[in-house]
Design a protein around this ligand. Structure first.
Ligand code: MV4
Length: 446
């Protein structure tokens, strides 16, 4: 096992990782920006180093400072959490050069999955279903012919994009030509790679993602799916597991496709395969997230697997402690991401000092958070206050438990998304489970 783990992150995920390390018995090193000097991830770690100024670019994205902290403290592994360095193949490579284990996949798998056109090709070769589409577009007239073949609308995507960045939908050949050009310019500007490709556009599909976990010995296990269809500007608002739209047969197919996808990428560590699911229960590979995700906790609740502990265990070179047959999914879990944002002002970030804080509890309730009464939410990073997760034997019981927990939760001093969730959880379309990625376009609280 590792002698010492450095956590290259902040907030609730840094604490989630510190907790896993403590339970295994590994000392931890936190790094922090000046703005985070008073943060819980600093006091909970065995030791902590300030690595720079408030802006992420000066601290949590500052590779020389992070590596220096690892070398000075004698950490033999770095956990990147999510965001920041978590999907940076160059960072994983630098860790390798310094004999530090990057707790995540190899730089090669990250690079492969980071290039969306290559990822599609790799999936197609292993019979993982993908949407009808093209490779990198080199000729506009040819692209128009392909679009006629697929049928409009189509979507142009930057191969270096992902997570909703660098995409444009086209309804006509004229729009297609325009969007190819615009997308190329934006892709060059934002990612330094102008390459774009095209897919048939599925209108209002569901976003279904499958959690996988793979060791260095070729063992790959999936932990079922999460439904993350309710999003706003590519920010997930509420997630649940299992998906109300996935039956046992589709779940088995999704799981097998996800395991195939991981094997195709020679993947090791924890990862998520994103699929789009249409009304006829057809699903298509979208992208692979090569990191621990924000919403991993709801999968932990239905699978009883400590995903972060397993992730560390695998990175240290141990075999997976279970097989696919050992995994028995049970019950239902829902997560609400509570943010310091004003839902009445277009979810405008609302940093500031929390002056009153009372968390919900009781059976089947989990709150992952780094905040406390008197904590000042800095304006420099994302505005996540906490992840409120509930588990119950059935979806309806889980939903009612979430309603109860949301009503118990008190956060004063800053605007939060709690009132938004208190409405959402009682919305009849949400209650029915019959929603898709278009949900927020029509959602109005009564
Ligand atoms: C799509 C799509 C429809 N058809 N691709 C958005 C994020 C990125 N992972 C892929 N995205 C989409 N790709 C095809 N061929 C619709 C989306 C999409 C979406 C996907 C999941 C959740 C919310 C979404 C919101 C808008 C668009």
């Amino acid at each position: 096992m590792f002698k010492k783990v450095l956590i290259a992150n902040r907030g609730e995920v840094a604490i989630r990782i510190i907790r896993a390390c403590r339970e295994i018995g590994i000392p931890t090193v936190s790094v922090y920006s000046q703005a985070d000097a008073g943060s819980l991830h600093v006091s909970l770690a065995t030791e902590a180093y300030c690595i720079g100024g408030n802006e992420s670019s000066k601290s949590y994205l500052n590779i020389p400072a992070i590596i220096s902290a690892a070398l000075i403290s004698g950490a033999d592994a770095i956990h990147p959490g999510y965001g920041f360095m978590s999907e940076r193949a160059d960072f994983a490579e630098i860790c390798r050069e310094h004999n530090i284990t990057f707790i995540g996949p190899s730089p090669e798998s990250m690079q492969l999955m980071g290039d969306k056109a290559t990822a599609r090709k790799t999936m197609a070769a292993k019979n993982v279903p993908i949407t009808p589409g093209t490779g990198i577009i080199t000729d506009i007239e040819e692209a128009k012919k392909s679009a006629e073949k697929f049928g409009y609308p189509v979507i142009v995507k930057a191969t270096a994009g992902g997570g909703g960045k660098g995409m444009r939908v086209a309804n006509t050949p004229e729009e297609l030509e325009q969007n190819i050009n615009l997308c190329r310019q934006e892709a060059e500007k934002f990612f330094g790679n102008p390459d774009v490709y095209m897919e048939k556009y599925l209108v209002n599909p569901r976003h279904i993602e499958v959690q996988i976990i793979a060791d260095k010995f070729g063992n790959v296990v999936h932990l079922g799916e999460r439904d993350c269809s309710i999003q706003r500007r590519h920010q997930k608002l509420i997630e649940e597991a299992p998906s109300p739209a996935v039956d046992d047969e589709t779940r088995k197919k999704l799981g097998e496709a996800a395991v195939q996808a991981a094997k195709a990428a020679n993947y090791e560590g924890v990862g998520t395969i994103e699929f789009l699911l249409d009304k006829d229960k057809n699903f298509y590979f979208m992208e692979m997230n090569t990191r621990l995700q924000v919403e991993h906790g709801i999968t932990e609740m239905i699978s009883n697997v400590d995903i972060v502990r397993e992730q560390i265990n695998i990175a240290a070179g141990n075999k997976l402690s279970f097989t696919q047959d050992d995994i028995k999914l049970s019950g239902h879990a829902i997560e609400c991401r509570i943010n310091a944002e004003d839902p009445d002002r277009n979810f405008l970030p609302a940093p500031g000092e929390i002056n009153g804080y009372i968390t919900p509890g009781g059976f089947g309730v989990r709150v992952d958070s780094h905040v406390y009464s008197g904590y000042k939410i800095p304006p420099y990073y994302d505005s996540l206050i906490s992840k409120l997760m509930c588990w119950a034997p059935t979806r309806e019981e889980c939903r009612r438990r979430m309603y109860r927990a949301l009503k118990e939760y008190v956060i004063t001093g800053v605007k939060t998304t709690l009132p938004f969730y208190q409405d959402l959880i009682e919305n009849e379309v949400f209650i029915s489970g019959n929603f898709d990625t278009g949900f927020m376009n029509t959602y109005k609280k009564d």
